[in-house]
Design a protein around this ligand. Structure first.
Ligand SMILES: [Zn+2]
Length: 158
């Protein structure tokens, strides 16, 4: 198990979005045809593949790598939150779409992100995927049509 953990940690990452990639920035972050002003925040790298398969989203991503667990102080250090806030500080990003799984861990993490983003970058438009996704569903198992409509009908958090 330790060997596997080391292997995963040694995989190269894109230092912009934290997706696994041989290059940094990765192909998505470096693509001039992608909308670099819209960032979709997901939990894990496989979520990016799911969203990419819909072909519906043309922005860029931010992969948190973990969820926030209030009972575990160190979990705050394991999510790529300060990296996200640093990206927003450059003021080129106009919208952040929170696309974490609508389960308790995802909700807790999204609440934390909303609070931190509103404090650090109040000018950024903050949205969530629409509730087309069933409560407790895993983004990975959502069908492409449901996911595409969740993007389209995303709601702004006041
Ligand atoms: Zn990237």
């Amino acid at each position: 198990m330790l060997a596997l953990k080391e292997l995963i940690e040694n995989i190269k990452s894109c230092e912009v979005c934290w997706n696994f990639s041989d290059t940094s920035p990765c192909a998505i972050c470096a693509n001039p045809k992608r909308d670099q002003t819209t960032v979709c925040v997901v939990t894990d790298a496989p979520d990016v593949n799911v969203i990419e398969k819909t072909g519906f989203y043309n922005g860029v991503y931010h992969i948190l790598r973990n969820v926030y667990d209030p009972s575990d102080e160190q979990s705050l250090e394991r999510i790529k939150l300060s990296e996200l806030l640093a990206r927003l500080k450059k003021r080129t990003i106009k919208e952040v779409i929170l696309a974490l799984n609508p389960d308790i861990a995802g909700e807790t993490t999204m609440l934390l992100l909303e609070k931190e983003i509103k404090t650090a970058s109040p000018e950024v438009r903050l949205t969530r995927l629409a509730r087309g996704l069933p409560l407790g569903a895993d983004l990975r198992y959502a069908d492409e049509i449901t996911l595409a409509s969740a993007f389209k009908n995303r709601t702004q958090k006041q």
